[in-house]
Design a protein around this ligand. Structure first.
Ligand code: FAD
Length: 465
């Protein structure tokens, strides 16, 4: 049985709109796909282990085949609180689907030929079905404990942590610098990949559990972490790694942007609707995006929909990039021009200080570096200029220390991320941390996993006090 493809908008339609382009499985497709699962005995060692948050994949797929979608939803949310989100944006081909026995055995030349089960699309189907059908899902909530926890940052790590703590009876206050919750999911990932109505629904679920949100609070400026530690029984720090970096000659020129600026202006401040919205974004006629991860691809999706000729410049190869394979296919179908093995060396400007190009050098693969990936080395005399009106830096996300800089006794790693023990406790009593601020930039599902594991430790910590 062949793997069922999730229906998509055609590429020429996709680029005209920010609406979601992956249209989701119908009931028939979902049932057909679910029936491809072998429910193999050692599945718990493969797809479940391949999932960073440990979703019981065969368990929820079995429920789909039985027509029990509420049961499937409950099975997923035992591990992953947000199925509609993870079903859309997890890099499943490197996680659960990459471990599916159908795929594994094909690779090893065994009998189970075929592509992996579309686990992500099935998870999305289940989450969407529950949301759209309006079926009420009773969330279990323990009686109030009288303990108060502050969560700093409303990204996936903070939201997952708040979710569990509220269910376990604690009073949870989430402090967020931006006017909306969601972290990268609201200010970074384009609507075309993740419709914001999903996030709104998930936030209502959290509010239903009693979680209170406070927006426009830049912890470290509006209120200090020290003050929060005094007023609450515990604090969870989930401030992400939202500081972009520039760093080549010419990066001061007009027309140079950090990826976060482009994405935030377009998706949070609605520059995509300018002049109907108050925030403009001007990438000119042609833009060059530097990077090869999720952020670079999301900038390309955004630029293409703003009608801009889009170049992506990446110093390594597609195989060694951290963006999803299918996303590269999507942006290439939509017209993005990808310059593999190309290292930018200078942003070129005119006499008025405006960007007119990106000077680059071609690379080839050499010996492996510290990460084990072949190190790109410059090809002599291969300098060239890609003409463009703007340059977007989608590289080098770093932890933003505003919330915790200067906090006495807080240990940081040499990369500037916050150091935690196996219980996600920092070097300061009662201060926990997780997500990108700890791992320096990873995935939504790993941030969710940190948030939930930290919540468990916080819960145990609070019960001991
Ligand atoms: P964040 O999502 O960064 O959330 C941190 C929150 O803390 C933000 O809301 C921020 O405003 C707030 N904050 C920061 N400082 C303060 C302060 N001082 N006071 C109060 N609030 C503060 N991963 C995937 O799995 N799939 C993808 O498709 C994907 N695409 C991505 C696209 C882009 C453009 C980027 C940048 C990342 C992408 N990632 C993706 C990675 C993923 O989004 C992150 O790993 C994840 O969001 C980290 O979650 P977090 O909660 O730790 O931090």
């Amino acid at each position: 049985m062949d793997r069922n493809k999730e229906p998509m908008l055609e590429s020429q339609e996709r680029v005209k709109t920010f609406r979601e382009y992956a249209l989701g499985f119908s009931v028939n497709l979902a049932l057909d796909e679910a029936n491809r699962c072998l429910f193999c005995k050692d599945a718990d060692q493969r797809c479940i282990k391949g999932c960073p948050i440990g979703v019981d994949v065969p368990g929820f797929i079995k429920k789909i085949t039985e027509g029990d979608l509420l049961g499937a939803y409950k099975k997923i949310t035992e591990a992953d609180p947000f199925p509609s989100i993870c079903g859309r944006i997890c890099p499943q081909e490197r996680q659960c689907e990459g471990s599916c026995i159908l795929y594994y055995d094909t690779v090893r030349g065994r009998k189970n030929k075929g592509l992996p089960v579309s686990i992500g699309a099935l998870e999305k189907f289940v989450g969407d079905f529950i949301r759209v059908s309006g079926i009420h899902v009773e969330e279990e909530k323990l009686p109030p404990t009288g303990k108060k926890v502050a969560v700093v940052g409303a990204g996936p790590a903070g939201l997952a942590c708040a979710y569990d703590l509220a269910r376990w009876g604690h009073e949870v206050h989430v402090y967020e610098a931006l006017p909306k919750p969601g972290g990268v999911m609201v200010y970074g990932i384009p609507h075309a990949r993740l419709d914001r109505s999903l996030l709104d629904w998930e936030i209502r679920r959290l509010e239903g559990l009693g979680v209170k949100f406070f927006f426009g609070y830049v912890i470290g400026r509006t209120v200090s972490l020290k003050e929060l530690l005094k007023s609450y029984d515990a604090v969870f720090l989930g401030v992400g790694a939202g500081r972009g970096s520039l760093g080549i000659k010419g990066d001061h020129l007009s027309g140079v942007y950090s990826a976060i600026e482009v994405l935030t202006r377009t998706h949070l401040m609605n520059a995509k609707d300018f002049p109907a919205s108050a925030t403009p974004i001007d990438l000119g006629r042609r833009t060059a995006i530097i990077g090869g991860g999720f952020t670079a691809v999301d900038c390309a999706i955004t630029a293409l929909r703003l009608g801009v000729e889009t170049h992506v410049v990446y110093r390594r190869t597609r195989e060694t990039s951290s963006a999803r394979d299918e996303e590269w296919d999507h942006i290439m179908e939509e017209g993005a021009i990808i310059h593999w093995l190309t290292q930018p060396i200078e942003v070129v400007g005119d006499e008025r200080g405006k960007v007119i190009g990106l000077k680059c050098i071609k690379m080839e693969l050499g010996e492996p570096d510290e990460s084990g990936r072949p190190r790109p080395v410059p090809v002599p005399n291969s300098e060239h200029v890609i003409e463009c009106d703007s340059v977007i830096f989608a590289i080098g996300q770093k932890a933003n220390p505003v919330a915790y800089e200067g906090l006495e006794g807080l240990k940081l790693t040499k990369w500037g991320t916050v150091e935690v023990d196996e219980n996600f406790m920092t070097s300061i009593e009662g201060l926990f941390a997780g997500g990108d601020v700890v791992n320096g930039g990873d995935t939504v599902v790993r941030a969710l996993s940190h948030g939930r594991r930290a919540a468990k430790s916080i819960h145990e910590y609070l019960l001991r006090r």
